[in-house]
Design a protein around this ligand. Structure first.
Ligand code: BTN
Length: 257
């Protein structure tokens, strides 16, 4: 197992709009918890916790997120977006992560609302945006980089190793991802949320398709029509009724094919 080479990441960071400050721990419970604790001590935007292994990594709805030591990219960062960009953070992260993966590996990614990054129809990266009390967003990203197929958590998951057949540098991928977040964040500050929505639309295959919306144990079919200005997914159900879905309110969106 090789430790993350933090100086190599630092050398490759552009830091145009976000001043990244990397804090590395070889092992931790969850980088989300490290970031949330740090927030209480008054750290600035761009403070970032990165680790080689999490004992209690978590995904949305408290689901576990696990990866073997030193083979995944696992980080959480603190951002203080203006009000109109808060709901955009998970979408912005999806656009940035997929762009970084494609730039580095040529693996084509597909974004699944609200915050999954798919490769070959399987999940290669997960994004978790948490809102502790106050103005901050804690943005957590887990990317299955050099994870062997036998170490993936389930058959819905994949890794860049599985997709490419080769090892991918975690340092290069982290720097590319952060540079992409930095660049999209700058664009969003200048141009507003629509710039993120447009970029997200271009990177998803789910719009116009029938999806299954799972909420409170019940499943309904509908067409995923679009993303609105607040990052909500507009659905038209089979009975013609429309709804704007909020990410936190539904437990799952499934493709129906
Ligand atoms: C999901 O798909 O449900 C989101 C997964 C987010 C996982 C990342 S790994 C780094 C950070 N620390 C955590 O405990 N979770 C996020």
């Amino acid at each position: 197992m090789r430790r993350l080479d933090v100086p190599a990441v630092n050398r490759a960071l552009l830091r145009e709009h976000v001043h990244w400050t990397l804090r590395y721990q070889e092992v931790c419970d969850s980088t989300q918890d490290l970031a949330r604790s740090a927030l209480q001590t008054g750290v600035g935007a761009g403070t970032l916790f990165v680790t080689d292994w999490q004992r209690k990594g978590r995904g949305r709805y408290g689901r576990p997120w696990s990866a073997p030591q030193g083979h995944a990219l696992l980080f959480s960062t603190i951002l203080f977006p203006p009000e109109d960009l808060i709901g955009m953070v998970p979408l912005l992260a999806g656009v940035a992560v997929s762009g970084a993966i494609e730039g580095l590996t040529a693996v084509q990614c597909d974004l699944k609302w609200p915050n999954d990054v798919l490769a070959g129809a399987r999940k290669v990266a997960g994004i978790l945006a948490e809102r502790p009390p106050g103005p901050a967003v804690v943005l957590g990203v887990g990317i299955n980089v050099n994870v062997a197929s036998s170490d993936l958590p389930d058959t819905d998951a994949t890794s860049l190793l599985v997709m490419t057949g080769r090892q991918v540098s975690r340092e290069e991928l982290l720097a590319s991802t952060l540079n992409a977040v930095d660049s999209w964040y700058g664009r969003a500050l200048r141009e507003g949320p629509q710039t993120i929505i447009r970029a997200w639309r271009l990177r998803t295959s789910m719009l116009g398709r029938t999806v299954a919306v799972v909420r409170d144990g019940a499943t309904r079919l509908g067409i995923a029509e679009d993303i609105d200005d607040n990052g909500r997914l507009m659905i038209q159900y089979e009975d013609g009724r429309r709804e704007a879905l909020i990410a936190g309110e539904i437990s799952r969106i499934r493709s129906t094919k």
